[in-house]
Design a protein around this ligand. Structure first.
Ligand code: HEM
Length: 509
């Protein structure tokens, strides 16, 4: 009986698979290449055989991590718009970028690319314009320039600790040190729960190592977000924490880290609801309804995901930018010397203190940071936005509703016409008479309705940390450091192949 059933099943399944492979896929390929609405858009045709197969291939070979480099070549070959998946086009045209990423845009985020577990209920994953605007409006006041100025003391205190800690170390892993610094700033600033990462003897707390280990999972997370969400659900809901620990200590460590964030924000909510008002938090508005603004108090899931998001969004981005800056300042001593001379005008002694306000006035420091942002990119995977229900006419093609448009900042930051010798780190280019065109092509924080919430905080972190670090220490690479350590691949953020390891000597004058 069972054998009969299996026989019938296999007799049905095998022809179905054959029909799918030898009839459906070839016919669909022909349709995609010659007949569908995107068929006129140039691009490599083989990718159109199967999106899933192309993605799977890139996971196995690591190709998706190099996708942004391939995109540059594709644009050189095919022009400013390239069809990269059956329903996705990548665009390299600044006017189109500024239309898609403007305030009041009609292009929402693409669900497929914004469904990360742990950020599912956060601002980041909100697709609806109105809902996102309401949520952002509740958080943005805590990230305004004035708000960041108010907590400058907190930033300075963490930077003091960082600078003192490195004086105790022989060799310093700066990639990790910067992450610890930024993590402690964000967690203290956002919900009073400093993770004390800077106090770890080697800037290597367990959760940070877990973060690094889990980068491999990014391959799945950013190539097949749905699959990753499902795997995370299994880890979180079906398995006990002890089992997760046995199966994947890294995953367990990450979950513990998340638990800390969750506990901190929920504890704050409890205190706030009990009437306490003297709380350092960026979530105060989210603890309460605001009928005038059409906002309901955030749910538990929303609060927990927002708490995790600020670290996920703010830690590696800022820390990577700091790493890139120091890497190049050590590589080019003459540029570092020029910066040091400028810094001495506001920091007379190696251990002097300085306010961000004074650093804002230093042209070369700000040029160094802009050139650093051009190289660190922020989010480096192409950001995905859907064509609205009206369709869109872009670069001579009509894109039907729900076509996915992709834009990689890397492509703009490395534009050779706007930035001659684009791969040369050269802060002086930002000191030219007219830098409007350069500014137009620099968008590490994205633009418009969904621009990064933490821009002012990130600038303050970069200005204060770089100025005080370079003024106080003479930095050299360790003997085993090589430039290859700083090569990166793109797993949403740029992930370097190794660490920036340095030795430092206190300056005496
Ligand atoms: C150098 C530092 C940083 C860079 C380059 C950066 C870059 C970006 C970019 C490009 C986006 C848009 C992503 C997308 O649309 O897919 C973004 C979003 C966001 N960033 Fe940042 N970021 C930085 C630091 C921070 C910091 C310090 C925070 C807060 C602590 C933060 C919070 C956020 C949030 C909440 C969003 C989501 C906004 C939304 O979806 O509406 N970022 N960031």
């Amino acid at each position: 009986m069972l054998e009969d059933l299996l026989g019938y099943a296999s007799r049905g399944i095998i022809p179905a698979i054959c029909a799918y492979l030898f009839l459906f896929i070839p016919l669909r390929f022909v349709y995609r290449v010659y007949f569908d609405p995107l068929s006129k858009i140039p691009g490599p045709k083989l990718r159109l055989i199967s999106d899933s197969a192309t993605r799977l291939h890139s996971v196995i070979t690591g190709g998706y991590g190099r996708f942004v480099f391939d995109l540059r070549e594709m644009h050189e070959q095919y022009g400013p718009i390239v069809r990269v998946f059956s329903n996705e086009v990548h665009i390299n045209d600044i006017d189109t970028y500024n239309q898609i990423y403007k305030v009041g845009t009609k292009f929402p985020k693409t669900a497929f690319y914004y469904s990360y577990p742990a950020a599912e209920y956060s601002t980041f994953a909100m697709l609806d314009f109105k809902a996102a605007q309401i949520r952002r409006a509740a958080i943005l006041p805590y990230f305004s320039k004035q708000a960041v100025r108010k907590v400058e003391g907190l930033l300075q205190a963490k930077i003091d600790l960082f600078l003192d800690r490195i004086s105790e170390m022989n060799t310093i892993n700066l990639s990790r040190g910067f992450r610890c610094l930024i993590c402690d700033i964000i967690t203290s600033y956002s919900y009073e729960k400093c993770f004390e990462a800077l106090r770890d003897p080697n800037f290597a707390p367990g959760w940070l190592l877990a973060f690094e280990e889990l980068v491999g999972a990014n391959k799945i997370c950013f190539t097949f977000p749905g699959v990753f969400a499902w795997m995370t659900w299994v880890f979180e809901t079906l398995l006990s924490r002890a089992t997760v620990k046995k199966l994947s200590p890294e995953m367990a460590s990450m979950m513990e880290f998340q638990d800390h964030c969750n506990t901190a924000v929920l504890e704050q909510q409890k205190r706030w609801l009990a009437g306490e008002r003297n709380i350092v938090t960026i979530f105060e508005q989210l603890f309460q309804d605001d009928p005038k603004k059409g906002r309901k108090a955030a749910t538990k899931d929303e609060l927990m995901d927002e708490a995790f998001l600020v670290i996920a969004a703010g830690m590696d981005t800022s820390a990577h930018a700091l790493t890139v800056a120091v890497y190049y300042l050590v590589k080019y001593p003459e540029i570092q010397a020029k910066l040091l001379e400028e810094l001495k005008t506001v920091l007379p002694n190696p251990r002097s203190e300085v306010k961000e306000e004074a650093l804002e006035q230093l042209p070369f420091l700000n040029a160094v940071i802009k050139e650093t942002f051009r190289f660190s990119h922020g989010v480096v995977n192409p950001m995905a936005r859907d064509v609205p229900s009206t369709g869109a006419d872009i670069l001579g093609y009509h894109l039907p509703p729900a076509t996915v448009t992709l834009s990689s900042h890397y492509i703009y930051h490395m534009n050779p016409t706007v930035f001659p010798k684009p791969f040369t780190w050269n802060p002086d280019r930002w000191l030219a008479q007219d830098v409007r065109e350069l500014e137009n092509y620099l968008m590490p924080f994205s633009r418009g309705a969904r621009i990064c919430v933490g821009v002012n905080l990130a600038w303050a972190e970069l200005r204060l940390t770089l100025a005080r670090l370079i003024r106080r220490y003479d930095i050299s690479y360790t003997d085993d450091f090589t430039d290859a350590n700083m090569d990166w691949v793109s797993w949403f953020l740029p992930i370097t192949q190794g660490m920036l390891t340095v030795t430092m000597k206190e300056r005496t004058v």
